[in-house]
Write a protein that binds this ligand. Structure first.
Ligand SMILES: [Zn+2]
Length: 60
């Protein structure tokens, strides 16, 4: 039987992603034409991903 109290070691709950306001989409002006793209911070999920490096996706 799982004791709920034993699962309290991870207090980190998913928080709504700030840059996209939890929508999972951000407006990019890349190319001079505003368009919606998947948020690089939450990868389109709308929730903050702990320790996620948004810059990594842009790296070639
Ligand atoms: Zn986001």
């Amino acid at each position: 039987m799982a004791e709920p109290d034993d699962e309290k070691r991870e207090p980190a709950e998913p928080k709504p992603c700030m840059p996209c306001s939890g929508s999972g989409k951000v407006t990019s002006n890349a190319g001079g034409d505003p368009h919606e793209v998947d948020c690089p911070w939450c990868e389109g999920g709308g929730l903050t991903i702990p320790d996620h490096d948004a810059q990594a996706a842009r790296r070639d």
